[in-house]
Design a protein around this ligand. Sequence first.
Ligand SMILES: Cc1ncc(COP(=O)(O)O)c(C=O)c1O
Length: 337
Amino acid sequence: MKKAADAVVELDGMGLSLIEISHRSKEFVSIMETARSLTLDLLGLEDKGYQVLFLQGGASLQFLMVAYNLLENKGGYLNTGTWSSKAIKEANLLGQTEVIASSEDKGFNYIPKGYDIPKDLDYFHITSNNTIFGTQLWEFPETSVPLVCDMSSDIFSRQLDFSKFDLIYAGAQKNMGPAGATLVVIKESILGKVSRKIPSMLDYSVHLGKGSMFNTPPVFAVYTSMLTLQWLVNQGGIPSIEEINERKAKLLYSEIDLNPLFKGYAAKEDRSFMNATFTLTDDKLKDTFDAMWKDAGINGLNGHRSVGGYRASMYNALTLDSVGVLVDVMSDLERKA
Ligand SMILES: Cc1ncc(COP(=O)(O)O)c(C=O)c1O
């Protein structure tokens, strides 16, 4: 944060701000290239045919771009929540989609399993972490069709074989930097297979051809994402952050399970390590609990309006100590009730 703030005043002793230099300057070109190559390094995807883009329009624009660039006959979707549903809606504007499996029947509180993925799909789209409902995929489907994954809310949080995915996208604002940049990691070989004309700004090939500089990139969001990626490398990369994320999640879920005043929303085996969703078992305690966590300095614990209850988001930047503060408040409530 401090480094990003300093760069807004002056970038690396240049006498100019990060947000006033040209994005074509050698300084910014180097920032973009560093952010792109750190992404591949951290994901273990160097020299495997992948390219990295930092685009605008959020993950929501990727719902549409994926279909624009990949959907010829039929796109398959795993519907695990609000964001998957929105991705399906956008793809339906351009062609045929099939929901291969869905957890809508139980309020999206679990991850569907045991489904077959038809071989005639142009791609299969999944959402690795369901930010609102607090579920996460722990096993990924084996498929012969290109696998597309919305990793907006868990990218860089855990070790995975990222080469299983053909296209990964993620809004920067959870585990990377400020809103405004959207990371797209794409295996180039899946492109160029649709017959439609693609508007330049929506065409991955156009952006790739220009090194993610087809138009002015969101310089502050890219710079800040680069700083976060460097920070992650200095922490020991994804294996180290994964260990901390696991400790944070286990600490909170064990309190949710042991404390009779709380109940988890998501099916245990599908619980998210990034977003823990839970409710009070007795609504009468709501005012007391709300006052207690606010007093403890906790922010933003209210659940999404479509689920209610509480949601503790434990992205990479959140410390184990912070989770400890919440767990203490929860056990204090049990003592007082
Ligand atoms: C999993 C997931 N996908 C997509 C989005 C939408 O992202 P954006 O607001 O960048 O369009 C979000 C936002 O929270 C998300 O959590």
